[in-house]
Design a protein around this ligand. Structure first.
Ligand code: 5RP
Length: 275
């Protein structure tokens, strides 16, 4: 399985270096993806199984499954990095059961902070923490290399900050989040309000359609643009490029801070992917 996923990942990386038309790149990427995905879903070898055969699970049940499975990555006595979102909420709930065995949490949003504190888990100021062994967070999309789109919950900036403190990003997601090429999910970008229109024009020039997320102000007092219609064949290059634009606070591509492990909730149980 690992050979297949890493083969798929290498193929995708090589593809991004070719000059083939992007539609052709997408078709090849799709083939690589299908091979890797079927390897992930069929293999019973090194894949971590939380349950043997689980049929007919709802998306929430799959999220709960991976939320609980992520507890195995928490190192007793250490500070845990905690992400944001409905999948992470299940992780937080499970973490409550071992609150006396951890040193506390660094949180990526006020919503997660509230939940952690309600369970009696101390939330530490990120500036007082030098090392976090593990950061557990969800994703809106993850590709076969561990690159992700994040920010559906508007917490992307703090999520990237906590991910940067962490040695290992453990992504928890249901299998609908695994895609061959990032982009079907509109890319969230946190922007300084006075730059929003100019940044939207820049996205238009690269084929994207940026829309302001109505009524949303981030924990940092900024706005979110959701960019539709992008095909992110080279996440690292696109993240690097967008990061340079004046007024961009954070782009929701997590390639520099990609997942090292993904626990994928599937109808057959929790599948583990290492990147
Ligand atoms: C929040 C995020 C979340 O991790 C992402 O939106 C996934 O959320 P969910 O677990 O609810 O599907 O990036 O900013």
């Amino acid at each position: 399985m690992l050979v297949f996923t890493s083969f798929s990942c290498h193929c995708l990386t090589l593809l991004t270096r070719t000059r083939l038309p992007s539609s052709f790149q997408s078709s090849i990427a799709d083939l690589c993806f299908r091979a890797a995905r079927s390897a992930v879903l069929r293999s019973g070898g090194r894949i971590f199984e939380a349950a043997s055969i689980i049929l007919g699970m709802t998306q929430d049940e799959l999220k709960a499954l991976v939320g609980r499975a992520a507890l195995d990555f928490v190192e007793p006595g250490t500070v845990v990095g905690v992400g944001t979102g409905s999948t992470v909420n299940f992780f937080i709930e499970a973490l409550g059961g071992m609150k006396d065995r951890i040193a506390g949490a660094v949180s990526s949003s006020s919503k997660s902070t509230e939940r952690l504190q309600a369970l009696g888990i101390p939330v530490l100021d990120s500036n007082t923490v030098e090392r976090i062994p593990v950061y557990v967070d969800g994703a809106d999309e993850i590709d076969p290399c561990g690159h992700m789109i994040k920010g559906g919950g508007a917490a992307l900036t703090r999520e990237k900050i906590v991910a940067d403190l962490a040695e290992r990003f453990v992504c928890i997601a249901d299998e609908s989040k695994l895609v061959p090429v990032l982009g079907p999910f509109p890319l969230p970008v946190e922007v300084i309000p006075m730059a929003a229109a100019q940044i939207a024009r820049r996205f238009q020039a690269m084929g994207g359609n940026a829309r302001l997320r109505d009524g949303v102000i981030t924990d940092n007092g900024n706005q979110i643009l959701d960019v539709h219609g992008l095909q992110i064949a080279n996440p690292l290059a696109m993240e690097t490029e967008i990061n340079q634009w004046p007024g961009v606070v954070t782009v929701g591509i997590f390639a520099r801070h990609k997942a090292r492990v993904c626990l994928l909730g599937t109808a057959e149980g929790v599948k583990r992917m290492d990147f």
